[in-house]
Ligand binder design. Structure first.
Ligand code: FAD
Length: 456
């Protein structure tokens, strides 16, 4: 029989358990029909960078499949069963999608398929979300114990790359989705080969200094693999197997492994509590007061455009627009600034990030935001408010990052580059004065958190 392999966030051929399951189901005489469904419910809100990157991944995948990839547009609950009937497929194979929408969609597809099974094999994570629980059976709410259990559980060895697959053909494809207007944002190379190359470069050149360099946004010290992991051009299992054999000093390997554990942790949290994509994980924090109305809108716009007058915040927000990516340290600083200095709901900031990040991911992004906002898991204590000047001075001491993204500050001496209002000539022409005063807004944020606690 023909088996249908429905690609989603697993756009690769190596280390792909669902592909092996599809091959086994097809048997020696059957073929595999590879399918990607452009689902408007995911495609439309993804934002230009992610749409374009996904398109580039599909182009690479189609080439790797010698053109066998079938792309169809529409609601998967219509598209998949229709294709199954067209080719008389015996089974449909996927890697599990564990996000809230993906789970609902797959349940609808399964119902629509009737007798033809939807077979899930593997997931985009090293340990499938939902698998690890505490001894009393409840989910982990704190990262450190989760990571310990995750390491003890371990992960499967990478699946072998299958040889001599038979692809089914003769089926009409809608072709690739349309190319996107990007407004100048530069995207990384897409596809499985590019992901592997990015990983090898990082492993060989930067892993050995990762723990020291990872917090410095001026340096290319991190792997930039988030986007490749997002679309499954490489699986974390492949990275973990390689890390176990890596020659880099153990502290760096361990730190990088921990970052992959964060990714699994947030997916696990979202699996157990899907509503936390939008609602405070810490339910008490649902009562936290945020500003709304025209003043808040104006401050939000200044933040989004990188015009707050706080250099490290503005550099980060401009990097987001310029590269569709932002350094992790600066994601934390900009998120803290929006929620605690501008008192805007984290959810608005999270939505803005998801529209612009090429690695935008509901679990990592929205829980990253909640962590910073103090509403999430393992939340940074409510009284921790990032000081944007000190963060800049500590992590971008000579201002190289700020100057790269905020050219108005190029001539400001190093000493003042994170607080240009103190420079002898004042704030340079064309750059804004700070839109709020950090020390005062910090007090407002603390008072609001205190009010929630007092009412708890
Ligand atoms: P590296 O430092 O090389 O880390 C390796 C990998 O570990 C990353 O590719 C990523 O898959 C994972 N990882 C690292 N840090 C985290 C983390 N804190 N949480 C979850 N996974 C992590 N990551 C996303 O993939 N998509 C997002 O939409 C996203 N939004 C974020 C929003 C906020 C407010 C914050 C604070 C963090 C967010 N992160 C997000 C996590 C992190 O910033 C990025 O994964 C990281 O910057 C990507 O760069 P890298 O691949 O070079 O990271």
């Amino acid at each position: 029989p023909t088996s249908l392999l429905w690609f989603r966030r697993d756009l690769r051929l190596a280390d792909h358990p669902a592909l092996l399951a599809a091959r086994d189901a097809a048997g020696p005489d059957g073929g595999i029909l590879p399918l990607f469904v452009v689902d408007p419910r995911l495609w439309e809100p993804a934002g230009g960078p992610r749409r374009q990157f996904l398109r580039d991944c599909l182009a690479e995948l189609a080439a790797a499949l010698d053109g066998a990839l079938v792309v169809r547009t529409g609601d998967p609950a219509d598209v998949v069963p229709r294709l199954v009937r067209e080719i008389d497929a015996g089974s449909v194979h996927v890697s599990a999608d564990t996000g809230p929408y993906g789970r609902r969609r797959d349940a609808a597809v399964e119902r629509a398929l009737g007798d033809v099974p939807l077979v899930g094999t593997g997931s985009p994570y090293a340990v499938t979300p939902g698998r690890l629980t505490k001894d009393d059976g409840t989910p982990y709410k704190v990262f450190t114990p989760f990571a310990r259990a995750w390491r003890e559980h371990g992960w499967r060895a990478p699946a072998p790359r299958p040889r001599a697959l038979t692809w089914a053909g003769g089926v009409a494809s809608d072709g690739l989705p349309p190319a996107q207007e990007l407004d100048g944002a530069r995207l990384p190379a897409a596809g499985e080969a590019a992901a592997r190359a990015a990983w090898r470069r990082f492993r060989d050149e930067r892993l050995a200094g990762y723990d020291d360099a990872r917090n410095l946004p001026a340096i290319d010290g991190t792997s930039r693999l988030s986007v490749h992991l997002k679309y499954g051009c490489v699986h974390p299992r492949t990275l973990l197997a390689d890390l176990a054999a890596a020659e880099a000093p153990r502290e760096h390997v361990r730190r990088f492994t921990d970052e992959l554990a964060w990714r699994d942790f947030y997916a696990d949290v979202l699996w157990h509590r899907p509503e936390t994509a939008h609602e405070a994980f810490d339910r008490r924090m649902a009562r936290l007061e945020y500003d709304t109305g025209p003043d808040a809108d104006e401050r939000f716009t200044a933040w989004a455009q990188g015009r707050t007058g706080y250099p490290i915040v503005d550099a980060g927000m401009r990097q987001l627009l310029g590269e569709a990516w932002m350094h992790n340290r600066v994601r934390m600083i900009t998120a803290s600034f929006l929620t605690k200095d501008l008192h805007v709901d984290w959810w608005r900031g999270a939505r803005h990030f998801l529209a612009h990040l090429v690695d935008g991911d509901l679990a990592s992004n929205n829980h990253g935001w909640q962590w910073v906002a103090g509403t999430g898991t393992d939340a940074s204590p409510y009284y921790r408010v990032f000081n944007p000047v000190r963060q800049g001075q500590q992590y971008d001491p000579d201002g190289a990052y700020v100057r790269r993204w905020v050219p108005e500050l190029r001539e400001v001496p190093d000493r003042f580059v994170h607080e240009p209002w103190r420079a002898p000539g004042g704030v340079p022409a064309g750059y804004p004065e700070p839109i709020v005063e950090h020390a005062a807004e910090r007090q407002v944020a603390l008072a609001r958190y205190e009010a929630v606690r007092a009412g708890a």
